[in-house]
Design a protein around this ligand. Structure first.
Ligand SMILES: Nc1ncnc2c1ncn2[C@@H]1O[C@H](COP(=O)(O)OP(=O)(O)O)[C@@H](O)[C@H]1O
Ligand SMILES: [Mg+2]
Length: 277
């Protein structure tokens, strides 16, 4: 065979590989929050499959819109129990495990300028109403990350500090290693907030005794969080008691950080890594 046709064959093969490997659809994947929300709300459901892990049995959904195909996680759990006995036997009062908390966590994160929580909307799929969260592609869980034995770099450590502050605010005691996703760019993504937003207005001891770095911008947006605005933002997802408890925790987070500032100084507390929010 002449060399030229060899080249053409190789080119054709390369084109075929690129075509098969490329994400299906000709359009561009949405990037900003409003566009991603629109995608999640309007996208045609192409397929639904069990994720295979997790207690609340979320599902992985493939959606298509304007020639773009993306995946999302769908969670329809919605229980509010006054006195819950969990699988490990512990008793929890005013326990909620609800898709509403997923949307509330996303909205609150964005209100504070935190981008680590993936875009989440509430949507009905068939008869099921639930939270639809954009899939974090190419991610591994913190569990898998730890098993690889790689030392987390400074940026990851910082993002964990932000996570701890956010979890204190939303009262998330379910931040297990499956609920922290890490992408190859060393970004931490926070998922699974369905058990957050309990009525407890007190912060856990481990948070109060820990030390966290954050940015001045984040500190100020926590400090300036306005009760009425929060109510307006979250009232479709949280009840009055949950919002009251959230604002009480906010006050305590601010007090704790102010004490740390006084004792250790701004240098020890603040970085300018707003790009890592
Ligand atoms: N948006 C997402 N992007 C990527 N992986 C996800 C996403 N949502 C869930 N997963 C995967 O599915 C697992 C179970 O989902 P999760 O929301 O944590 O459910 P559960 O409440 O049952 O723990 C997660 O640990 C993660 O591996
Ligand atoms: Mg989970």
């Amino acid at each position: 065979m002449p060399r030229l046709s060899h080249g053409r064959g190789a080119l054709a093969l390369l084109a075929l590989i690129l075509l098969l490997g490329a994400p299906s659809g000709a359009g561009e994947a949405p990037t900003d929050d409003t566009e991603v929300e629109r995608f999640l709300r309007k996208g045609k459901i192409v397929s639904i499959e069990p994720i295979g892990t997790g207690v609340t049995r979320p599902k992985r959904v493939t959606l298509e819109l304007d020639g773009v195909t993306l995946r999302a996680a769908f969670k329809n759990v919605d229980s509010r129990i006054d006195r819950a006995v969990l699988q490990d036997g512990t008793v929890q009062l005013a326990f909620t495990d609800s898709f509403h908390n997923e949307r509330a966590a996303y909205l609150l994160a964005r209100k504070l300028g935190i981008r680590m929580v993936p875009v989440t909307v509430v949507r009905s799929i068939g008869a099921d109403r639930g939270a639809l969260t954009i899939w974090v592609e190419d991610a591994i869980t913190q569990k898998a990350f730890r098993e690889k034995g790689v030392e987390p770099d400074e940026s990851l450590a910082f993002q964990r500090d932000l996570m701890a502050v956010f979890d204190a605010l939303i009262h998330n005691d379910d931040r297990n290693t499956g609920n922290q996703l890490i992408t190859p760019d060393n970004r931490l993504h926070l998922i699974d907030h369905s058990r957050s937003f309990r009525n407890a207005g007190v912060l856990p001891e481990h948070f109060l005794t820990g030390r966290y770095r954050l940015t001045r911008e984040l500190f100020e947006s926590i400090e300036q969080l306005d009760g009425d605005e929060v109510k307006k933002l979250l009232r479709r997802h949280l009840n009055g008691k949950q919002i009251k408890a959230l604002m009480a925790r906010r006050d305590q987070v601010v007090t704790k950080l102010q004490v740390d500032l006084q004792n250790h100084g701004e240098e020890a507390l603040f970085t300018d890594w707003t790009h890592l929010h």
